[in-house]
Design a protein around this ligand. Sequence first.
Ligand SMILES: NC(=O)c1ccc[n+]([C@@H]2O[C@H](COP(=O)([O-])OP(=O)(O)OC[C@H]3O[C@@H](n4cnc5c(N)ncnc54)[C@H](OP(=O)(O)O)[C@@H]3O)[C@@H](O)[C@H]2O)c1
Length: 235
Amino acid sequence: MKISVLGATGGTGQAIVKQALANGHYVKALVRRPEGLKVRHEKLEVFIGDARDPDIIETLMEGQDAVICSLGIPAAGTTRAEIDDSIKTDVCMVSTQLLFDAMPRHNVARIVLMSTHGAGSSNDGSDYCNWLRDLVKNRVYDKDDMEAFIAGSDASIKWTVIRNPAIYDGEKGRDYNVYTRITIDRSSKITYLDLADFAVSEVEEAQHVGQFLSITEPLDNKNFMASAEVAPTCR
Ligand SMILES: NC(=O)c1ccc[n+]([C@@H]2O[C@H](COP(=O)([O-])OP(=O)(O)OC[C@H]3O[C@@H](n4cnc5c(N)ncnc54)[C@H](OP(=O)(O)O)[C@@H]3O)[C@@H](O)[C@H]2O)c1
């Protein structure tokens, strides 16, 4: 397949680029800082630009089969004092609007987008969601806007949204699952490598089209695990 990856210098984005190339795909990667993407490969084409630029989105869609969007603004800390919440954060919403506008023109039907658990309908008023939303306000509001736009989008685009918990640098192949409903706590986590592997497999196999998925390794809280709803597969 020919896959465009946005956010390719991020922790998850780099892992997605590597996984897609390892699976034999051609990749167009969007970066702002080319030096931030360490991968070089004959099937990798790197584009420099801002994801809110309609022209670069148009270029990224030309000749492609699918998109994986791993854009975000790093929180850079775990306390409010460490996080600059004054930054205007609209990259997820604006880029998603541009992508959903451009995709039909280029016959690109499949897109997988990274969000965060606590955004949109996953905001269940739990301690985790309240903590997260208070901590990273603007970043999660951008994901809320993105998710609302996607939920109301045209059915011709086959989308899947992955709502991440904390992502960490661990090995691939850990025990994890995807859920349509789950209450999580701060023990929830997923490795960059498993997240990337899942995102690429979703593009390849389209198992969860039209779903907002929370992804996590098993939680410490057994009651939360017992009441969670595992996402059904489409085929
Ligand atoms: N990390 C976590 O624990 C966590 C938790 C919950 C949800 N998430 C979400 O999961 C996804 C992956 O997280 P991550 O930590 O791997 O992401 P990340 O390392 O923060 O990477 C974000 C990527 O977005 C790019 N980007 C930001 N604004 C851009 C713009 N205007 N134009 C083009 N590129 C732009 C960044 O480019 P630069 O390198 O140039 O800045 C970077 O490549 C993100 O959607 C994030 O919001 C992450």
